[in-house]
Design a protein. Sequence first.
Length: 399
Amino acid sequence: MPKAVWLLVIGMAINVTGASFLWPLNTIYIHVELGMSLTVAGIVIMGNAVMGIIGNLIGGKLFDRIGGYRTIILGVVITMASAFILAVFNDFYQYVILMLGLGFGAGIIIPAMYAMAGAVWPEGGRRPFNAMYVAQNIGVSVGAASGGLLASYRFDLVFLGNGLMYLSFFILALLFFRHLQADSASAAATNVFEQSQEVENRKRFKALLILCGGFLICWIAYVQWQTTISAHTQTLGIPLTYYSILWTINGAMIVFCQPIIKLLIGRWVHSLKAQIYVGLVIFMCAYLVLSQAEVYAAFVVAMVILTFGEMFVWPAVPTIAHQLAPEGKAGFYQGIVNSIGTGGRMIGPFFGGVMADLFGMTALFYVLVVLFLVGFVTTSLYDRALTDERIGRRDMETA
């Protein structure tokens, strides 16, 4: 990869490491430390996600107006300030306000990072986006483990560590991202504000939205690991450090099991649709295991299964979006996928919190297994209306 992409990958890893200090522990802090219900915790995290969506849209617009470098610096300043203030002022209402700030700042950063990655290596195709995906999971692995360790001593150390990681990212961006400005600014990155009224091929856009219906369900289920499941482990007496290790396993598998996934896809899974189908089946198995989990070993098994499903589904959806995108609209289509994922992370905590409070965790897991069936339907239907010879069904069926 070009040096510029490596710099962005390192920056993404540092940025996500900082975010991962906190996000797996949000529900635990609100529910256990602050004494609020899971429903309240879900509402707070939903607010964080809403601000992330707003930040995403504004970040895309700012990328076009002022370039990637300034946009990223602005986002980092907001997140860094919120994290450091949170280390000092972390009562419930203060926590809520600063969580909104963290969501907004992070929302500004992510689309600008992805747009810059595509701009500095346009001939790389999906490779720069795959590299950013792996970098995110390295950050998740390191950050979740570190956050759990710090929380076992004092929770305010988690907030401080979060701020220090954002400070490191700020310094990296300040020193090395400036020279990427010209390339990214000239790439004419796309965003929702300017493109929502000029979608060139409505059939492609409709296909993307249908596909993303299943993607939304996957994220609603996946985010339970960061919210209701994290609190559930506490009620079972599983230490915070053990819960954080689950995310270390997740991140490590995503990094080191890529050759296995590549081999499986190359030999037995010969289309992107089949890749999603396999991932959905694996997801369902993971939540069936969770429905019976009462000891830590069962959560480890469920996380291992879940991670294999994630490695099939998460890369497939952006790849299909890239194939569906008309010329010059690749960034817009990737932005839609990212917004749908954020929407799942917004709805999921509230949905899971209400279900867990009213019916219990076992019922929640069974409902999620049934909801995954929606993904099979949307994956089957999304490309039926496509007639364009260049992106017709045959192209959609090949990885």
